[in-house]
Design a protein around this ligand. Structure first.
Ligand code: S3P
Length: 753
C-alpha cells in the first residue's frame, strides 16, 4: 500500500514500462512510480551501462540494457526520455519493434517531436501521446533521480484529434501516479508558452553566466556573487545537450520570445542611460506586482492569509503625547481614487494613497480586471484608465478583504458592466448586510444574488440595462449613496439619491473633479448616466478617522501637545472635531487650504479637561467611524456622555456599540447600552484631572481595527497594562499605527505580527 495519498500507482495497469534514456527525468519517473507502489516491472534502455547499473543499484529500475530490440518485446508502455534531437533516431530504431505498445515522451518541445514522428511513421501514431512534465533540476543523471520531482507539478499532454483514448488514459494514469497535475494543450500553444516561461529564462541564465565567466576578473565576480546572481543563474547549470536540442527544436517560438525580451531590455537600457527614474520605477513596479501576484496564484493565497495572524497589542499605562506627525491617507478617498481612475480616460496620478490592506485589495481587484496600475510606492499610484467600458472580466472572484466600502461601491460599479462577477471578503465582511445596496440596485435593473440574509458573497450578472431611479435612503450611508451613483453612471436617465442626513461626499467631489457633473439639490445628490470621466491628479489627504486616535490621545492626557499634518477636514467628516470641541477640547485648525477639491488643515491639539455631553444627533453621520475613540474620550470626561441615533454602529466591522461597552466594562468604566447608543459615565465631578481614569485589563478587539486602536489610546489613562487581542486588521486602515503611536509617546508593543 502506498503511504502517500497523492502518489498512488493503483491506476497504472502496465505489466512492464520501458524508459528509453535513463537520466534525471526518466529516472525520477521510475523512482516516483516505485514510491507510489507500482507493481509491474520497470526497465530502462540507455547506451551508458554505468547509468543502467546505477539505476538498478538505487532500486529505481528492475533491469535494463543498451539494446532496444531486447527490451521492447514484453513492454506495454514506452517512455522516450532522450534529448529532443535524439528522438528521431530512437523512433527509427523502435518502429520495426513496436506492436501494441503505448508510446509517450517527455520532450520539452512538441512540434519538432511531432514532425520527427511524422517522418519516421508517416503520421503521428494514434497510440503515441506526446507529453511534457514541467519539472526539472539543474542536476543530471540517474543519480539525481527524485521521486518527488513531479509532485504537484504540471504535466502537459498534447493529444491530436485522433489520439487513441485508451493510450491517452494510460499516459494520464502514469503521471497521476506521480502526484502530477495533468493538463492538455495543443502542440503549437505548448511550444509558444514554454518558449517564454522556460526556454527564454534558460537562455538568459546561460548567457549571463557565460558573459561574466569570460571576463578577466571572473574569479572575483563569482567569489562575491551573492543572492541575486545565484537565484538568477541556478538554471545555467542544466544539461547543455538537452538545452542545445531544445533551442534548435523550438527555434521560431524562442526567437519571437527573444525579440520581445530584447525590446524590453532596450527600453530599460535607454531609461538607465537617460537617468529616467520614473520609467525605471514604472517598469520595476509593474514587474514587482506581477511577480507578487504570480506568487499568490502559485500558492493559491491572497490577502486571506492575513486573516490568520493573531496580533496582540500590549499597552503600558500612562504617558502623554507630543510632536508632529502625518497619519496615512484617507481610506474612503483612496478606494475611490482607484475606482474612478480606472474608469477614466487617461492617466491618473495619485499621491498620499493609503497603503492599507483594504485599499490594496481594491487596487488588486482592478488589476484583475485588466487595469494597469503602477505602485503604490510611498503613496504614489499611477492608474492607466481604461474608460467607462474598458474593464475586463476577471479570471476569478474579486476579494475585497475587510472593506464594506469596497464591496458596496464595487457592487454598484459592477452592476453596470458587460460581464459577470463575484465579490467576496473576509470573515467579518461576510457577516455584513449587503441588501442595502442589492435592493435599490435591483430596482435599477441589476441582477444580484446574495448569500442568506443578504450577506456576501455577491454574484452580479453583467449585461443588464440599468435605469436611473429616485431613491430615498432608509439610513444615512455614504456607501449606499456612492454605490447608486456609480451604478447611475451606467444607467439610462437620472439617478437621484436622497439622504436622511448629510454623509461624506467624496464620490460626488471626485466625480466632479473628473469632469462628470453631479448635482446637489438640498438632500438629493443626482447625476445622469452615459457620461465620461477624464483622468486628473488626486492628492489624498491624511485620514481624519486615523487622526482621531491621536486627537483623543492628546485630548485626554495632561501635558499633551500634538500637531497632525495635512488632515482632510471635509465638512461631512468633521463630526469628531465638533464633538471633541463641545466636550471642551482645545483644537486649532492651522493652514487651512484645499487640495484637489478636498479641504485640508494641520490640527493642533493640546490637553484641556473634557466634560461629558449629549452628542448632537446631526453629528452622528459626520463622525460615524470615530465613535470607538470618542467613547474613550467620554470615559475620561467629567460626567456622563450620551449617544443616540447611532444604530449603524452595530453593523460596522464589528457591533461597535457592544464591543466598546464590553471593553469599557473590562476597564471598569460604567456604561449603559441602548439599541441605538450608549451612556458612558466618565470621571467623577471634582476628581481633578490627574491620575488614572480606569483600570487595565484584557480586551478582545473582535478583529475590528478601530476597536483595537481606541483601546490602545485608552492606555494613556489606565492604572494597569491593557492587552488587546486580534489586532491584525489595524493594517487594513492604518499601516504602522504602532510605530507612529510609539513615536508620539504611547507605550505599545506588538506581539505575533
Ligand atoms: C464610508 C462610509 C461609512 C464609513 C466607512 C467609509 C465610505 O460607511 O463608516 O468607513 O467610504 O463611503 P456607511 O456608508 O455604511 O455609513
Amino acid at each position: 500500500m502506498p503511504v502517500d495519498p497523492l502518489r498512488d500507482a493503483s491506476g497504472v495497469d502496465e505489466p512492464r514500462i520501458l524508459i528509453v534514456g535513463l537520466g534525471l527525468i526518466g529516472g525520477s519517473l521510475a523512482a516516483a512510480l516505485k514510491a507510489a507502489g507500482f507493481g509491474g516491472e520497470i526497465v530502462a534502455c540507455d547506451p551508458d551501462a554505468d547509468e543502467i547499473e546505477r539505476g538498478i543499484g538505487m532500486g529505481v529500475i528492475d533491469a535494463g540494457g543498451g539494446e532496444l530490440a531486447t527490451l521492447v518485446p514484453g513492454s506495454s508502455l514506452i517512455v522516450l526520455a532522450v534529448p529532443v534531437l535524439a528522438m528521431e533516431s530512437v523512433m527509427r530504431e523502435l518502429a520495426p519493434l513496436l506492436d501494441e505498445q503505448v508510446l509517450t515522451d517527455v520532450g520539452s518541445t512538441k512540434m519538432a517531436i511531432r514532425r520527427a514522428a511524422e517522418r519516421v511513421f508517416g503520421a503521428l501514431p494514434a497510440r503515441f501521446v506526446l507529453g511534457h512534465p514541467i519539472a526539472g533540476s539543474e542536476k543530471t543523471g540517474v543519480a539525481a533521480s527524485n521521486a518527488d520531482l513531479y509532485r504537484r507539478h504540471k504535466v502537459i499532454l498534447t493529444p491530436e484529434p485522433d489520439t487513441d483514448r485508451d493510450a491517452m488514459a494510460r499516459v494520464r494514469a502514469l503521471w497521476n501516479a506521480c502526484a502530477a497535475d495533468v493538463l492538455e494543450m495543443d502542440v503549437e500553444r505548448h511550444d509558444q508558452v514554454l518558449a517564454r516561461t522556460s526556454h527564454l529564462p534558460h537562455l538568459l541564465a546561460f548567457s549571463l553566466v557565460d558573459t561574466l565567466a569570460r571576463q578577466d576578473e571572473r574569479l572575483d565576480i563569482f567569489r562575491y556573487a551573492a543572492g541575486g546572481f545565484r537565484d538568477f543563474t541556478r538554471i545555467a547549470g542544466s544539461d547543455p545537450v538537452m538545452w542545445r536540442d531544445i533551442f534548435i527544436a523550438n527555434r521560431d517560438a524562442v526567437l519571437s520570445a527573444l525579440d520581445d525580451f530584447e525590446a524590453g531590455v532596450t527600453r530599460l537600457r535607454s531609461a538607465v542611460a537617460a537617468g529616467d527614474g520614473d520609467r525605471l520605477l514604472a517598469t520595476f513596479d509593474r514587474a514587482s506586482h506581477a511577480r507578487h501576484y504570480f506568487d499568490t496564484l502559485l500558492n493559491q493565497t491572497r490577502y486571506q492569509a492575513m486573516e490568520q495572524r493573531n496580533v496582540r497589542y500590549r499597552v503600558s499605562p500612562g504617558g502623554n503625547v507630543s510632536g508632529a506627525i502625518r497619519v496615512p491617507g484617507d481610506k474612503s478617498i483612496s478606494h475611490r481614487s482607484i475606482m474612478l481612475g480606472a474608469l477614466a480616460e487617461g492617466v491618473t496620478q495619485v499621491q498620499g494613497f493609503l497603503e492599507g490592506e483594504d485599499s490594496l485589495a481594491t487596487l488588486q481587484a482592478f488589476r484583475e480586471m485588466g487595469v494597469a496600475i503602477e505602485g503604490p510606492h510611498q503613496g504614489r499610484v499611477t492608474i492607466h484608465g481604461v474608460g467607462m467600458h474598458g474593464l475586463k472580466k476577471p479570471a476569478g472572484s474579486l476579494y475585497v478583504g475587510n472593506s464594506g466600502t469596497a464591496m458596496r461601491l464595487f457592487t454598484g460599479l459592477l452592476a453596470g458592466q458587460a460581464f459577470d462577477t463575484e465579490l467576496t471578503g473576509d470573515a467579518s465582511l461576510t457577516k455584513r448586510p449587503m441588501d442595502r445596496v442589492a435592493k435599490p440596485l435591483r430596482q435599477m435593473g441589476a441582477v444580484i444574488d446574495t448569500a442568506e440574509g443578504g450577506r456576501p458573497p455577491l454574484r452580479i450578472q453583467g449585461g443588464q440595462s440599468l435605469k436611473g431611479i429616485d431613491y430615498d435612503m432608509p439610513m444615512a450611508s455614504a456607501q449606499v449613496k456612492s454605490c447608486l451613483l456609480l451604478a447611475g453612471l451606467y444607467a439610462e436617465g437620472e439617478t437621484r439619491v436622497r439622504e436622511p442626513a448629510p454623509t461624506r461626499d467624496h464620490t460626488e467631489r471626485m466625480l466632479n473633479g473628473f469632469g462628470y457633473p453631479v448635482g446637489r439639490e438640498g438632500d438629493v445628490a443626482w447625476l445622469n448616466g452615459g457620461g465620461r470621466l477624464s483622468a486628473g491628479p488626486i492628492d489624498v489627504p491624511s485620514d481624519i478617522s486615523s487622526a482621531t486616535f491621536f486627537l483623543v490621545a492628546a485630548a485626554i492626557t495632561p501635558d499633551s501637545d500634538l500637531v497632525l499634518e495635512h488632515v482632510g477636514i471635509n465638512p461631512t467628516r468633521i463630526g469628531v472635531i465638533n464633538i471633541l470641541k463641545a466636550m471642551g477640547a482645545d483644537i486649532e485648525l492651522l493652514d487651512e487650504h484645499e487640495v484637489g477639491g478636498e479641504p485640508v488643515s494641520n490640527l493642533r491639539i493640546r490637553y484641556a479637561p473634557l466634560r461629558g455631553i449629549d452628542i448632537p444627533v446631526d453629528q452622528v453621520p459626520l463622525a460615524i467611524d470615530e465613535f470607538p475613540a470618542l467613547f474613550i474620550a467620554a470615559a475620561n470626561a467629567e460626567g456622563t456622555t450620551r449617544l443616540r441615533g447611532a444604530e449603524e454602529l452595530r453593523v460596522k466591522e464589528s457591533d461597535r456599540l457592544q464591543a466598546m461597552a464590553d471593553g469599557l466594562g473590562v476597564l471598569g468604566v460604567a456604561n449603559t447600552l441602548y439599541a441605538d447608543g450608549i451612556d458612558i459615565v466618565g470621571r467623577l465631578e471634582g476628581e481633578g484631572s490627574d491620575g488614572p481614569s480606569y483600570a487595565g485589563g484584557h480586551i478582545d478587539s473582535l478583529g475590528d481595527h478601530r476597536i483595537a486602536m481606541a483601546f490602545t489610546v485608552a492606555g494613556l489613562r489606565a492604572s494597569g497594562e491593557i492587552v488587546i487581542d486580534d489586532c491584525a486588521n489595524v493594517a487594513t486602515s492604518f499601516p504602522d499605527f504602532v510605530g507612529l503611536a510609539c513615536r508620539v509617546g504611547l507605550g505599545v508593543n506588538e506581539e505575533g505580527a
